[in-house]
Design a protein around this ligand. Structure first.
Ligand code: UD1
Length: 350
């Protein structure tokens, strides 16, 4: 029996790995080991995801806590290498673009273990984002590149990746929404918008963070805004003395509650990649609090506006999108069985 090993560490990876784990179990014929680096560790950043998504407990928990990029990635690299030497998997599956993704891809390729990258080929073309560096390196050393979109596939072909390594399978986040939506609680009643802000380029620049929160406060003058707050954003707000007036700030929420919040919201404001798509899957307009997005299909469809971080631009984008009729017929993220397609491709593992 072939042995697959998945490495996860941060919130969105728990969701992606839940989909792939279930597809592996359904297909049969594989052993599957799970490694949690420890990058996210709080109850509401990690444990709740394992419970709600019904993911098996990790076989290995490395307990590496968030720190500077070099230190965190280095500690993970050393920890993952030990696990890989002991487990001797036939392939290593990595997800998305976090420091856990980078560490796992490097540890595996150096041991000559083939790497499968789920969510390959995304590019923001902004090397100042840690995620962009992580995904470029992970793609470069991976044997299987599982692309969620045609755009991602085109990016890889432009970079000269051999076509035989590229598998455009659709987006596992779409599989996840289809599977978990029925388990999510009922939505909050009344009119409201939901927002999240956690990207380093926004949180670590007091001016950008202040301007985003000022915009959300302006929106909150007309419609309540719920902001589940990432711990780093909370810390930076405290450091910089940024105060909000009307935004309803709550602790980070689990996946099922987030689906419920998005489903009932008038609009979503976010700098998260996953949430931009969840808004689309649930038919909600999205105002992206960044200067670029990897999910360009959503912009082309007119359901997502990349507003940047200037308060007036954010409020203006919200006003422009609020009344717009969204086209719910497009399916740029596959048919909802990306997990099955990934496992089918991994069948060929030597
Ligand atoms: C990471 C990913 C990002 C992803 C996000 C999902 C990288 C470079 N970034 O960003 O791509 O979108 O996860 O949420 O890997 N903290 C806690 N408790 C936790 C986790 C974090 O308090 O359980 C705090 C720590 O103070 C830490 C900070 O949050 O310093 C940032 O965490 P970190 O893991 O470095 O990156 P994220 O911003 O979460």
């Amino acid at each position: 029996m072939k042995k697959l090993l998945s490495v996860v560490g941060a919130r969105p990876q728990f969701v992606k790995a839940a989909v792939v784990s279930r597809a592996i179990a359904r297909a049969g014929g594989f052993e599957h080991r799970l490694v949690h680096t420890g990058q996210h560790y709080d109850e509401n950043m990690s444990d709740i995801f394992f419970r709600e998504l019904e993911i098996a407990r990790p076989d290995h928990a490395l307990g590496v806590r968030s720190s500077s990029h070099g230190e965190m990635t280095g500690l993970m690299l050393a920890g993952i290498e030990k696990v890989l030497v002991a487990e001797k998997p036939d392939a290593v599956i990595v997800y998305g673009d976090t420091n856990s993704t980078l560490a796992a891809a490097l540890a595996a390729v150096k041991l000559h273990l083939p790497v499968a990258h789920v969510e390959a080929g995304l590019r923001s073309f902004n090397l100042r984002m840690p995620e962009e560096v992580n995904r470029i390196v992970a793609d470069r050393v991976s044997h299987w590149l599982f692309c969620p979109t045609a755009t991602a596939e085109a990016n890889l072909l432009k970079e000269g990746v051999d076509r035989s390594r590229i598998h455009t399978v659709g987006d596992v986040m779409y599989d996840a929404v289809l599977h978990y939506l029925k388990k999510s609680p009922s939505s909050r009643v009344g009119r409201y918008c939901v927002a999240t802000v956690h990207r380093a380029e926004n949180t670590d620049d007091a001016q950008r963070l202040g301007s985003i929160l000022a915009a959300l406060d302006q929106v909150a003058d007309s419609v309540p805004v719920v902001l589940p707050l990432h711990p780093r954003t909370r810390a930076r707000m405290n450091d910089s003395g940024i105060r909000t007036k009307k935004i309803e700030i709550v602790d980070p929420v689990g996946y099922l509650e987030m689906l419920a919040l998005v489903r009932g919201a008038e609009a979503v404001f976010t700098d998260s990649g996953g949430l931009q798509k969840e808004a689309f899957f649930l038919g909600r307009p999205c105002i992206t609090l960044r200067d670029e997005t990897e999910w360009v299909e959503l912009v082309d469809l007119g359901v997502n506006v990349v507003a940047g971080t200037e308060a007036q631009a954010i409020v203006g984008a919200w006003r422009a999108l609020a009344g717009r009729k969204l086209d719910g017929s497009a399916r740029p993220y596959g048919s909802g069985d990306a997990g099955g397609a990934i496992v089918a491709a991994l069948r060929g593992v030597e």
